[in-house]
Design a protein around this ligand. Structure first.
Ligand code: FAD
Length: 561
């Protein structure tokens, strides 16, 4: 009795089955006893988090030999790419969430609505606290043991300790944040429409400030601008002339992780639309009434009154992860480090996925240097063109970060980078290569903190877990890539399928694989179809499509409910 096909992360489908299905009972019967009929003790896998990486892991995990327990303060999966559309009522918050209990029931996993507050890696225990324990009288905290821990808790907004941000700015990370922003925008218009308000006060209330010119800040500014132009102008005609959107970016450009053509187009479009784009402007403080910035060109501190501030400047580690990092000797690092198999370095049986972790760069560079040394069979310190090309291909396939670095620095491939270090030599000098590599090492970016990376990591780890017993029984799998011995699985490899930057007015910029850039209405339709297809269930897909249709036909809902 096949129930459905999952399409999370777009990478093919996964067959799921009902609790009563014969397929399930066969799988479970085989799994709970070994070939001699002795019962097998199931390994306890505790998964922290129900976001992109955690949900993807759970969705693809199909091994009945694990007793899976999920701990997350959020009993739903949230489709974050459509969160900016919730802030102006284009899409409803309920349309982009999928209750986690559906998946738990289908898979036979257990869920606890709680937050993990401490990880004790030496005793393989976690300490949890119920999200809302106000009526529970003494039962709000509990401990759980694990054999394997999968950390997928994501990250928290990073304020860089800027004074007043926590107290006065809005973040855009969770469904509740988007709903609060929506109410706040409408409330600003209602307040500005009251009688006896001075013109100055009106201007202040209707000044919307967005901090951070990354994809989220840009998309939010674009959505807000659409709302003001398409809906607010009709609903609040008397105050529309007082509205202003300011986008503050500390760097030289917005969307600086995108192709330069996209950045230029976005900056021009925002200027045309009347969005006040200020680059080289770093926020140094926020009070209840004013936001202060330090201008790079003049070095002066400038303060401006505002009605609402949205803070979107990047992410940082959650407190539970910071404590855990101290415990396992990673206290000096900024982000939790894993190896390429997503195992947390410095402890046993713990994996980390998504925004919460990063693959240790140093190891990657050591491995790359080792691939070169291995290819240099004659130990001559040089490689010929054929050997070199093989190595280059291997590196680029294994390490997408290298590709991202090359692209950013306008090298077509690693061979071109080496040409700049190595001149026109027909043989590649390994020492010179290593020098070029140290440059890459210091500048190379981590994998981007995106849903694409998180969901691919979840899927990768689930597939490893699905094959775990088979590989333990037959360890003659692929040779371990680094050091001595064998490793059972290929390391994680990220495949980049491209990125979108919605710019408002039914225009989107798309950066697709192969250096292909498309900007305009056609990309907007591509955006609609890709996101509709990536939604995790038919229920959410139908809801989102109906929200988009409602918006086209009736406009956005401007009630502050
Ligand atoms: P999350 O998805 O954040 O999930 C973390 C989970 O852990 C949540 O369920 C949370 O409740 C739970 N949790 C938190 N603390 C604890 C704890 N202590 N114990 C247990 N559980 C805990 N990426 C793209 O690729 N494309 C986009 O268009 C895009 N748009 C975005 C728009 C917005 C507004 C935002 C905020 C992000 C966007 N991203 C996008 C980035 C993407 O959402 C993240 O990279 C992705 O969510 C990371 O997945 P994750 O599993 O690491 O964390």
């Amino acid at each position: 009795k096949i129930l459905g096909l999952s399409t999370l992360s777009g990478g093919g489908g996964l067959l799921t089955y009902s609790d009563s299905s014969p397929l399930r009972s066969i799988l479970h019967a085989n799994a709970t006893h070994d070939s001699d009929g002795n019962p097998i003790r199931k390994k306890k896998v505790v998964v922290l988090g129900s976001g992109w990486s955690g949900y993807s892991f759970l969705n693809y995990l199909n091994n009945p030999n694990y007793d899976v327990q999920v701990v997350s303060p959020r009993n739903f999966f949230l489709f974050t790419p459509l969160l900016p559309s919730v802030t102006n009522g284009t899409v409803e918050a309920r349309s982009i969430v999928e209750p986690i209990r559906h998946l738990m029931r289908k898979k036979g996993f257990e869920y606890k609505e709680a937050e993990c507050v401490n990880i004790d890696a030496s005793n393989k225990k976690i300490h949890c606290r119920s999200k809302d324990g106000s009526n529970l009288k003494g039962t709000t905290e509990f401990d759980m043991d694990y054999d394997i821990l999968v950390i997928a808790v994501g990250a928290k907004p990073n304020t860089f300790n800027t004074p007043g941000v926590e107290e006065h700015a809005h973040f855009l990370k969770e469904a509740d944040d988007a709903l609060t922003i929506r109410k706040s925008v409408i409330n600003c218009f209602e307040r500005a429409s009251l009688p006896n308000i001075t013109e100055e006060e009106r201007k202040k209330i209707l000044h919307f400030v967005v901090v951070g010119g990354g994809p989220t800040g840009v998309e939010f500014s674009a959505e807000l601008h659409d709302f003001l132009v398409e809906d607010v102008a009709k609903i609040y005609p008397t105050v529309k002339e007082f509205t202003r959107i300011t986008l503050l970016e500390a760097g030289d450009h917005i969307l600086n992780m995108f192709d330069k053509r996209i950045t230029a187009f976005a900056e021009e479009k925002f200027q045309r639309d009347g969005i006040d784009l200020k680059t080289g402007s770093m926020v140094v403080g926020v009070t209840a009434d004013e936001i202060s910035t330090k201008e790079r060109e003049t070095g002066k501190i400038v303060s401006e009154p505002y009605g609402m501030v949205v803070w979107s400047t990047g992410i940082g580690s959650r407190p539970v992860i910071r404590d855990f990092m101290q415990q396992i000797g990673q206290g000096q690092r900024r982000v939790l480090a894993t190896d390429e198999w997503l195992r947390v370095e410095g402890c046993d049986g713990v994996y980390a996925l998504g925004d919460t972790a990063t693959i240790n760069q140093r190891r990657v560079m050591e491995d790359i240097a080792e691939i070169f040394s291995k290819a240099d069979k004659g130990n001559t310190g040089t490689l010929n063109k054929k050997e070199f090309n093989g190595v280059v291909k291997d590196i680029c396939q294994r390490y997408p970060q290298v590709n991202l670095y090359l692209k950013k620095n306008k090298f077509k491939n690693i061979a071109q980078l080496l040409k700049s270090a190595n001149g026109e030599d027909t043989e590649v000098n390994i020492e010179k290569f290593k020098q070029a590599l140290s440059e890459v090492d210091s500048q190379m970016k981590n994998l981007p903190a995106t849903a694409q990376v998180a969901s691919q990591q979840g899927k990768y780890l689930a597939k490893c877990f699905n094959k775990m017993e088979k590989c333990e029984k037959k360890p003659e799998g692929p040779l371990r890539f680094r050091g001595e011995g064998r490793h059972r699985f290929q390391p994680f490899r990220y495949r980049h399928f491209g990125s979108f930057a919605p710019l408002g007015g039914e225009k989107t910029a798309a950066e697709l694989p192969g250096d292909f850039v498309s900007i305009g209405y056609s990309s907007q339709w591509l955006w609609y179809s890709v996101y509709a297809s990536k939604l995790v269930s038919w229920r959410t897909r139908m809801l989102v499509i109906s929200d988009w249709t409602r918006r086209f036909v009736f406009g956005r809902d401007s009630s502050s409910i």
